[in-house]
Design a protein around this ligand. Structure first.
Ligand code: NAD
Length: 364
């Protein structure tokens, strides 16, 4: 029997609720396949700061090094609470960015998927959804404004802040290679999203793309400015297959992706580098709905599916999880976040959604 160690960081807000459902699904995978998962639960995020004095405590760092992959829930507090924490201890700055940097997880794969049968969940018209949406947005995760040098101060009585958008050719090349590699496994069409009419960083990005592209002659590259991409996503999402972009563009466009398919709750992700990977929903800790059993656990269960595919080479099992989750919707059940698009559907809670996915998987 193969066995893997998985770090479980449930996080804040809805994190523990959706993680619970994801772990139910992982248990079924264990029972179905000849595999065992040793789960090591560790504090991470705002709760970790209050309990252990740091959002990414030493003990959790040690677990990261020990495990084969990390399953991470969302972290963060509602704004009025977050500002009570020291700025550098707030969960994104103090925990998420250091986790990304430590394992050099430079490519964040964010699937934006809505099969035609579930078109009603989207705020877009069925004719715009067409044959369905099936995009992977690849967000560069370790460069740009989020990691650049920051200076703030006061000059002649005027307060200012300066944030640096820095990329080097290595950072750009590695994420572009990931995007080309994924395109080769899919439709061989890659949308390169940039802002080269304004930003020098995009000019360098595109130069590096021109250097990498000859290694992938079968992939058609389509250049698109990020602002235009935002519109095209609404008007004709079916034209996209793989999209690649720098850090902040990816942060924003992928949340738009969640809106297109009906909810951020449908957005899992994989944070990949050349070594250890971690998996997390694209969304935040949703403090507005925490503790009410109404969060959609699809994003966390989908992150399990991505872990099985990318860290453990269990692609067939991952596909079964996607189809189990989608068939719960096809059966006419929905979580409250999707209720607006699904009149007539039976609304179920976080735990009931997880239970139904488990039932589906057990019947497959
Ligand atoms: P959010 O993504 O938490 O929520 C935005 C909206 O989407 C809310 O209305 C929320 O209820 C809804 N939503 C999100 N996930 C859902 C789910 N699974 N099911 C149903 N509805 C869902 O964004 P926010 O409110 O701007 O941020 C909340 C906190 O999360 C902040 O502290 C922020 O810093 C943090 N955050 C963390 C991460 C991360 O851990 N990687 C990412 C983004 C934001």
């Amino acid at each position: 029997m193969t066995s893997y160690k998985v770090g479980i960081f449930s996080g804040d807000g809805i994190g523990p609720e959706i993680m619970k459902e994801a772990l139910k699904v992982l248990k079924v995978v264990e029972q179905r396949c000849n595999v065992s998962f040793e789960l090591i639960e560790s504090p991470f995020g705002a709760a970790a700061y209050f309990d252990h004095g740091h959002p990414f405590p030493e003990q959790t760092r040690a677990v990261c090094d020990e495990v084969d992959a990390i399953l991470k829930g969302p972290v963060g507090l509602v704004h009025s609470e977050a500002i009570k924490m020291p700025v550098d201890m707030q969960p994104e700055r103090g925990a998420v960015l250091p986790l990304r940097a430590h394992y050099n997880t430079y490519a964040n794969f964010r699937p934006v998927v809505l099969p035609k049968a579930l078109a009603h969940l989207s705020p877009l018209k069925a004719e715009v959804i067409g044959e369905g949406i099936d995009i992977v947005m690849i967000r560069e995760l370790l460069g740009g404004l989020y990691f650049g040098k920051k200076v703030s101060g006061e000059e002649q009585g005027i307060r200012f802040v300066e944030e640096t958008l820095r990329y080097d050719e290595v950072q750009i090349g590695q994420v572009l290679k990931s995007a080309f590699d994924l395109s080769m496994r899919r439709k061989k069409v890659l949308h390169n999203i940039h802002k080269s009419n304004i930003l020098q960083s995009s000019v360098l990005w595109n130069k590096i793309l021109d250097e990498v592209a000859p290694d992938y002659p079968e992939v058609e590259v389509i250049h698109m400015l990020v602002d235009a991409a935002a519109t095209h996503l609404c008007l004709n999402p079916g034209q996209f297959d793989v999209m690649v972009m720098e850090n902040m563009f990816g942060d924003i466009l992928s949340d738009q992706g969640g809106g297109l398919i009906g909810s951020l709750g449908l957005m899992p992700s994989a944070c990949l580098g050349d070594g250890k990977a971690y998996y997390e929903p694209s969304h935040g800790s949703a403090p507005d709905i925490a503790g009410k059993n109404i969060a959609n656990p699809y994003s966390m269960i989908g992150s399990v599916a991505m872990m099985l595919e990318y860290s453990f080479d269990m692609t067939a099992e991952a596909k079964l999880i996607w189809s189990a989750m989608q068939s719960v919707f096809v059966d006419g059940y929905t979580t409250p976040d999707l209720a607006a698009g699904s009149s007539g559907d039976k609304i179920i809670g976080t735990d009931a959604f997880g239970d139904r996915v488990v039932e589906k998987l057990e019947a497959m």
